[in-house]
Design a protein around this ligand. Structure first.
Ligand code: ADP
Ligand code: UDP
Length: 240
């Protein structure tokens, strides 16, 4: 492996430069973390599952008219993406109460929300990714008012498309986190990943977790669970 082109090593992925400055190679890692990296485990097989899941999801989103950074799969655990300047926001959309929302606002876990809730978190590990509002985003010059509007509109479209996509494979989309980046011309594009690491996915019939909560809550092995999500996606969306 050519490590000299390594741009960034994160908790779940590594980014490498390519010969084309407009493109990056993303390598998914066999690693799971929780509590902002405090808990960390090597999980064989996770990289390839998340790489393939996110590739199918991004491809489907493209077909629904939602542009994103995904270009192509390079290997089981690597993909090529458009190089972007990531906006340091974790954009969370919620359809059902769970996780930090359920805890912070005492809304019972599993309660359907009347309308999708959008939240912003400042992607800054030193501060433990605090929740922030639009005034904070403008004040800290993380994004302009116009960019915030675009991000909100796009996040809601992503939610609609993902609800439908997961519905086709008998999964309820509870909530998810996405990221956006700027192209050199300033346009904003959906980036990063859409996987069971970044979404809460409940089996429609059993309500079983098909996501990282299995790891967060120590409920068993995540590889068979992520494999189930990939199998259903492959069966439905007919990818090779
Ligand atoms: P973390 O940084 O939270 O540990 P990861 O291990 O997933 O997360 O690292 C991947 C990093 O790559 C993230 O910081 C993410 O913002 C960034 N990233 C995702 N897509 C792109 C892209 N298209 N261009 C540049 N950076 C990206
Ligand atoms: N999420 C994520 N990365 C984070 C924090 C949250 O992908 O750093 C996802 C998480 O998987 C869930 C959604 O965002 O689908 C909402 O997470 P929540 O705020 O409930 O946080 P948590 O319960 O993970 O602390």
């Amino acid at each position: 492996m050519n490590e000299k082109n390594l741009l960034y090593e994160g908790k779940a992925k590594r980014l490498f430069k390519t010969d084309d400055p407009r493109k990056l190679r993303v390598e998914y890692l066999d690693q799971a973390t929780a509590l902002n990296g405090v808990r960390k485990d090597m999980i064989k097989g996770k990289a390839s599952l998340n790489n393939q899941i996110t590739a199918i999801v991004f491809e489907q989103l493209k077909q629904e008219g939602i542009q994103n950074h995904f270009i192509e799969i390079l290997s089981k655990h690597e993909q090529l993406v458009e190089a972007l300047e990531i906006i340091p926001l974790e954009v969370v959309v919620r359809n059902v109460s769970a996780g930090s929302f359920a805890k912070r606002l005492a809304v019972p876990e599993g309660q359907q929300l009347e309308f999708p809730i959008l939240e912003f978190y400042y992607k800054e590990d030193r501060l433990d990714d605090p929740i922030i509002n639009e005034d904070h985003i403008k004040l800290l010059k993380i994004a302009t008012e116009q960019e915030i509007r675009m991000i909100k509109d796009e996040a809601r479209k992503v939610n609609e498309a993902l609800i439908e996509l997961f519905n086709k494979i008998e999964i309820r989309l509870i909530d998810f986190k996405i990221e956006f980046g700027r192209r050199p011309d300033g346009t904003i594009l959906l980036a990063d990943e859409v996987t069971p690491d970044t979404c809460r996915l409940w089996d429609e019939k059993s309500n079983d977790y098909l996501d990282k909560d299995v790891y967060r809550k120590n409920l068993g092995e995540i590889v068979p669970v992520y494999q189930e999500v990939l199998d259903r996606l492959e069966k439905n969306f007919n990818q090779k």
